[in-house]
Design a protein around this ligand. Structure first.
Ligand SMILES: Cc1cc2nc3c(=O)[nH]c(=O)nc-3n(C[C@H](O)[C@H](O)[C@H](O)COP(=O)(O)OP(=O)(O)OC[C@H]3O[C@@H](n4cnc5c(N)ncnc54)[C@H](O)[C@@H]3O)c2cc1C
Length: 314
């Protein structure tokens, strides 16, 4: 992208703007080549201005949060990455009878939201305890630690379409599935999927001490079973609809510890691929390919990625 285009955007927009920004800096895997333009709006207005400007220039857009579910290929991302992690205010709350209504911007950390809710005695978010990343990413992925997810608490979603137009959607306009949100039948893998700017959540009154004790207990269990010290994107594969979990299948094949370059199947949790320090996205993809082939050949199960793969080949 040319400097003149950047200057034109800078004239109307307040947020962060970087050229050729390595995506390894913005993903929990710590891999990924540069994006042409990295755009981090400070506010909803900023987001709308940037999105409509970039769309008017026919620049492809990729919306991201904290990059904790992203595997960016080594060739980087064409066009602009719009990072919504900067949209953190205002977080407002109100009451409708007993119900607690939270209006939460997409950049708020899911863990912050869960901690705040437990401390205030707002029940309903236990399923999201310990999940890294932003609310926008959590909604897009329907990220959860349980069978149910965000469908249990989300009342409305505010999106910014690729035209830059803001729209608030009621529940009939979106559907949550296993690790997937679809809006008007499109999910994150479709070109027209909008940027999620905020959501309205409905929580119920609970006991703060009990909610906080449950949260701490859940966090300790996660810490004990997950490889948190090495970069990863959490579980690499979705669990099959029936039968053993992806982790169990991989473990039963004795694949824990297998390594290609700097990419390794975690010794601690077989469904985690970790970056031992110097991995490339290609090494992670090659290792994932071996896992998929092996599990299909020996167990007859086709594993699908949970991690979102984006970007171009190096
Ligand atoms: C150590 C570790 C543990 C994890 N544990 C869990 C777990 O228990 N359960 C679970 O489900 N997941 C887990 N994850 C995966 C990940 O944290 C979640 O999917 C998380 O909700 C992603 O949020 P994010 O902001 O990082 O999204 P990103 O990784 O930035 O993006 C994820 C997807 O959503 C899209 N996206 C992000 N924000 C927006 C937005 N505002 N508007 C439109 N599209 C958007 C991106 O394009 C991408 O397709 C784990 C990851 C790690 C590293």
């Amino acid at each position: 992208m040319g400097l003149d285009l950047m200057n034109a955007l800078l004239a109307v927009y307040q947020g962060e703007l970087k050229r050729n920004e390595p995506m390894a800096r913005h993903t929990s895997f710590r891999v990924g080549g540069p994006c042409d333009l990295f755009v981090k709006p400070k506010s909803l207005d900023d987001l709308r201005i940037a999105v409509s400007f970039l769309t008017s220039q026919s620049i492809p857009l990729t919306f991201v949060g904290d990059g904790t579910n992203l595997l960016v290929r080594d060739g980087g991302i064409e066009g602009a990455v719009i990072c919504l992690a900067g949209l953190t205010e205002p977080l407002t709350e109100s009451r409708q009878g007993e119900a607690i209504i939270l209006e939460v911007p997409a950049g708020v950390k899911t863990q912050h939201l869960c901690r705040m809710a437990a401390e205030k005695g707002y029940a309903g978010l236990t399923f999201a305890t310990g999940i890294p990343g932003t609310l926008g990413g959590a909604l897009t992925m329907n990220a959860s630690t349980e069978k149910t997810g965000w469908e249990t608490v989300v009342q409305k979603i505010t999106v910014v379409k690729r035209s830059g137009k803001k729209e608030t959607l009621k529940a009939e306009a979106f559907d949550f599935h296993y690790r997937r949100l679809s809006i008007g039948g499109k999910d994150r893998l479709h070109l027209g999927f909008p940027g999620i700017a905020a959501a309205t959540l409905v929580l119920t009154p609970g006991n703060p001490a009990q909610l906080e004790a449950d949260r701490q207990e859940k966090l300790s269990r996660r810490k004990a079973s997950q490889p948190v010290s090495l970069p990863s994107a959490g579980c690499f594969f979705k669990n099959p609809e029936t039968g053993p979990s992806a982790g169990q299948l991989i473990d039963e094949l004795g694949m824990k510890g297998r390594q290609i370059g700097g990419a390794q199947i975690s010794e601690r949790h077989a469904n985690y691929i970790v970056n031992t320090g110097s991995a490339t996205a290609q090494e992670i993809l090659d290792l994932a390919h071996q896992v998929r082939e092996n599990v299909f050949k020996k167990k007859g199960t086709r594993l699908e990625e949970e991690v979102t793969l984006v970007g171009r080949q190096a």
